[in-house]
Ligand binder design. Structure first.
Ligand SMILES: *[C@@H]1O[C@H](CO)[C@@H](O)[C@H](O)[C@H]1NC(C)=O
Ligand SMILES: *[C@@H]1O[C@H](CO)[C@@H](O)[C@H](O)[C@H]1NC(C)=O
Length: 190
């Protein structure tokens, strides 16, 4: 399906490129960070234009392998979140689940286990584990200051999910065929 659409998609991607600024050289970025007394780690996005996919991961070696494949061509740090191991100790933090579909060449992340189950049962996605821990509620509700909304958008034609902490950007990509699906989680800004 993605292959059939690729000729059509090429024109669209040229336009979309303006909305997705490249971070430049693909060196893996990282900085030490902490929130509410717990360490946080970078949540990376690795992008493929050729198959219209974005991988969301906290695993730096997964970033490296994706870039080495040549299919994925650039990466950025989207946000900071709690790790798999730290997260369970953080009050109010919840797992951030990742799903992927090879047929759709799509990945997405969600705090909703109900959505994981329905995506697997009826929508052709595989559950790929947790990327880390985030908040499902605002700073006011969790008591940990400094979180921002992490917006989720989806282009049903490209079958591509796009996430950003920049609300203006979420609205801007909406004019390029992405549906703004609202705040997926509360995270720490990059
Ligand atoms: C976190 O756990 C998942 C399994 O749920 C694993 O796939 C992933 O690699 C882990 N992340 C890191 C950074 O180790
Ligand atoms: C947020 O997104 C808007 C629209 O794409 C862009 O003009 C602006 O520079 C972005 N702000 C930041 C801080 O990146």
């Amino acid at each position: 399906m993605k292959t059939i659409l690729s000729a059509l998609a090429t024109a669209a991607l040229v336009l979309q490129a303006r909305s997705f600024p490249s971070p430049g050289p693909s060196a893996i970025e990282a900085r030490a960070a902490e929130a509410c007394g717990f360490p946080t780690i970078p949540l990376y996005r690795v992008v493929s234009d050729s198959i219209s996919d974005r991988i969301f991961t906290t695993d730096a070696s997964e970033v490296e392998h994706a870039l080495e494949s040549g299919v994925y061509v650039r990466q950025a740090v989207l946000a900071y979140i709690y790790s798999n191991t730290t997260g369970p100790n953080v009050p109010n933090a919840v797992p951030y689940y990742r799903l992927g579909s090879a047929a759709k060449t799509d990945h997405f992340i969600t705090t909703s286990w109900d959505e994981v189950e329905s995506a697997v049962a009826t929508n052709g996605y595989e559950y790929e584990g947790t990327v880390g821990y985030v908040y499902a509620d605002t700073s006011a509700e969790t008591g940990c200051p400094g979180t921002v909304g992490f917006w989720r958008t989806f282009d049903p034609q490209l079958e591509d999910h796009f996430y950003t902490t920049n609300a203006s950007e979420a609205n801007a990509v909406a004019s390029n065929g992405y549906l703004n699906q609202g705040i997926s989680a509360y995270v720490f800004p990059a």
